[in-house]
Design a protein around this ligand. Structure first.
Ligand code: FAD
Ligand code: EPU
Length: 339
């Protein structure tokens, strides 16, 4: 039987630093322990809440009856040919540690996803993405345990129905599976992608013409550290909202009043606009109300200055959302899982 901690503060287990309590906190290190934990929860009539690194959750309840903390470890090479290597990674591995493991071995494809907090198992949940790459681009498959039948099941890339910050696990299969491992396909003769954002700018400023995978990773890390607050210093969960995608007519209309509105054309002809820009225009950037606020360098990041409750942050997010709707007639939706 896995070890169970009673009445444990979750403050250290979520990057917002919300001080909710786990009535029972169960750490699991393998599939057997997951199944035992789920059976135990069932006996006690408690629905499990699965927690990885806690970097994409907002805890709004004072206490959670039954929390399962994912500690499944291991990075294994399972196949390789002249061009590619396939690895299987335990869902509780820290994502960035896995990225560094690949970079050390010259395996490309994950370097643009450097320094994203959290666990490997949570990465497919919202198809994590940054700097022009999403996990779907290197994702082969995952293994998961059905929380109802306790059967183990494989999901291929297409089974996961990845979209922008979306997957089947955030939609029709929400709360139905415990992801236990992820298989990735990495390239041995990788062509790096430096087109996005400031990557090439940073590399040029360092006099790097043809960058290695490691140099791209370092550039991404540098940009991220300059833009995003470190949860160790100030509680946050990265982008609180997704960037909304709007119809082209709506975009053309807005552009008349806001010629500076940045935009990214989508393959379906619609237009993605940055929520951070919209929120800044509504005057929220840098606001501080007691323990809560909107970050001064990145309006998409809501912050906890220390003692905020999840409800206070959720309330702020509703007000931010309403003001974007009022000013731009655009509905922004939360990226963070509000629990
Ligand atoms: P958690 O927060 O623990 O969980 C997230 C959700 O997934 C919860 O609903 C949880 O119940 C569920 N879950 C977790 N593990 C499992 C599992 N094994 N099986 C089933 N369900 C599970 N995201 C990006 O995409 N791009 C970024 O650039 C980015 N930058 C960030 C920067 C900062 C500073 C922070 C704090 C966050 C950022 N994020 C970013 C968000 C976050 O890092 C990712 O969403 C990450 O994948 C969350 O992992 P986690 O282990 O912390 O998940
Ligand atoms: N902007 C503003 N004001 C702000 C913030 C941004 O005007 O306060 C403008 C920027 O000037 C830029 C645009 O908005 O023109 C986009 O900003 P940025 O490049 O910082 O990216 P983002 O859209 O805010 C997204 C992801 C991040 C990811 C970065 C890099 C979403 C919701 N967020 O942020 O992911 O790291 O791009 O690829 O898609 C996360 O998901 O938690 C996350 C941090």
């Amino acid at each position: 039987m896995p070890h169970i901690l009673k009445q444990t503060s979750l403050k250290k287990f979520n990057t917002f630093g919300i001080d909710s309590v786990a009535s029972q906190l169960v750490e699991v290190s393998n599939n057997q322990e997951i199944k035992e934990a789920i059976r135990l929860g069932r006996e006690l009539n408690l629905t499990p809440f699965i927690l990885g690194g806690g970097s994409n959750v907002l805890l709004t309840l004072p206490s959670y009856p039954f929390v399962i903390l994912n500690k499944l470890k291991g990075i294994k090479k399972i196949a390789e040919d002249d061009d590619f290597v396939w690895i299987k990674v335990g869902a509780g591995e820290v994502w960035h540690d896995m990225v560094l493991h690949c970079i050390d071995r010259g395996w490309g494809g994950v370097e643009n996803l450097s320094l994203i907090p959290g666990t490997v198992g949570a990465a497919p949940m919202q198809n994590i993405g940054a700097y022009g790459v999403e996990i779907k681009d290197i994702f082969e498959s995952l293994e998961a345990i059905d929380l109802e039948s306790l059967e183990e099941k494989d999901f291929s890339n297409s089974d996961c129905k990845f979209g922008y910050r979306e997957s089947v696990f955030k939609n029709e299969l929400k709360g139905k599976y415990f992801i236990t491992s992820v298989q990735l396909k990495l390239a041995k003769k990788h062509v790096v992608n430096t087109n996005y954002g400031a990557i090439s700018e940073v590399l040029n400023s360092e006099g790097i013409g043809i960058p290695t995978i490691k140099q791209v990773s370092d550039a991404v890390i540098k940009i991220r550290q300059s833009k995003l607050p470190d949860p160790k210093d100030i509680g946050n969960a990265g982008s609180f909202f997704k960037n909304p995608v709007i119809d082209v007519d709506h975009f053309v209309e807005l552009k008349k009043s806001y010629p500076d509105l940045p935009s990214y054309a989508q393959p379906d002809g619609r237009v993605k606009v940055p929520a951070g820009w919209l929120i800044e225009q509504c005057g929220w950037k840098g606001c501080k109300e007691g323990e809560i606020g909107v970050h001064k360098n990145q309006a998409l990041v809501l912050v906890n200055y220390g003692q905020a409750t999840g409800d206070e942050i959720a309330n702020l997010s509703s007000r931010v959302k309403a003001s974007v709707m009022e000013k731009f007639k655009i509905e922004i939706s939360a990226e963070v899982n509000i629990i």
